[in-house]
Design a protein around this ligand. Sequence first.
Ligand code: PLP
Length: 351
Amino acid sequence: MHWKGVIEQYREYLSVTDKTPVITLNEGNTPFIACKNLTKAINPDISIYLKFEGANPTGSFKDRGMTMAISKAVEDGAQAVICASTGNTSASAAAYGARAGIKVFVLIPEGKIAMGKLAQAMIHQACVIQIEGNFDEALTIVKGVANEYPVTIVNSINPYRLEGQKTAAFEVCDHLNGYPDYHFLPVGNAGNISAYWMGYKEFHKLGKINGLPKMMGFQAAGSAPIVLGHVVENPKTIATAIRIGNPASWKMAVDAAGESHGAIDMVTDEEILEAYSMLASLEGVFCEAASAASIAGVIKKNKEGMFSGGERVVCTLTGHGLKDTEMAINLSTRPVTVKADKGEVLRVLGY
Ligand SMILES: *Cc1c(COP(=O)(O)O)cnc(C)c1O
């Protein structure tokens, strides 16, 4: 059957009617990947699976929420939408907005977003405004504008965003034919962990799964307001997608971790980069640095002895590595340059 996107696939679980114009790029149905090599390297007694959300049409999980947010905005007659973004929300809003034929305004923190994401917003002809400030300041401005003018906010405080994003949990249950013991994911504005928890709880209530995973969210150590218990004024991390000091869905994320007997914890930039490299070299999966916070979390919790053996562990990889090629190149060995000569090439190959 041809996949028609998350709204058509999960219509009965979403706030849509026959009158809702479905704006979709056929998002969702992303790869669910069993990790033999990574599992072997981390702990052979558990099973690690990846939900590779970087395979969505604009390269991140944001598309699941954006198809809902834009479809509902169009249904309500919106001519324009606005968001603050660390990059992926703007990329997704720009693409879905283009498809809907509405205006898209995006506010991004100057110099702190990956080039791939900026390129996406620009090529889809969003109106991109860089602000001399961070994401949290951008979001405050966006909220103010949306309050006073006829533009719909499509950040994750828009309830349709989380509703769309919960479909990823449905897919994980379908892939596993059940529920995982643990679900690890990066935490920035904390919407996604909240959305997954909504999705799992909904499937549980309907009797589609007979238990619930422990939700394990990971912030970057330099931007870990939930872990520290206070707003971080000047969040720092190389993982720009989770460089957020005052998460919009703070309370919901704390509830998700609490109700599920999971946790919100943090990993250092070094741990994130190690996991990012391991995913690429051991599994052939190229994700964003922020995404690798999930695997870094598994490594950290494994060292602390959290797993007893036999657990099924799912990690969401939130975005695609191609968003930020500079990051990958800086961490890798430079290509060797030689003369256009077979002998020279053989010398490098070691033959
Ligand atoms: C948006 C984003 C996150 C953070 O998700 P939240 O819902 O804000 O917690 C993590 N990784 C990537 C790649 C993202 O685009």
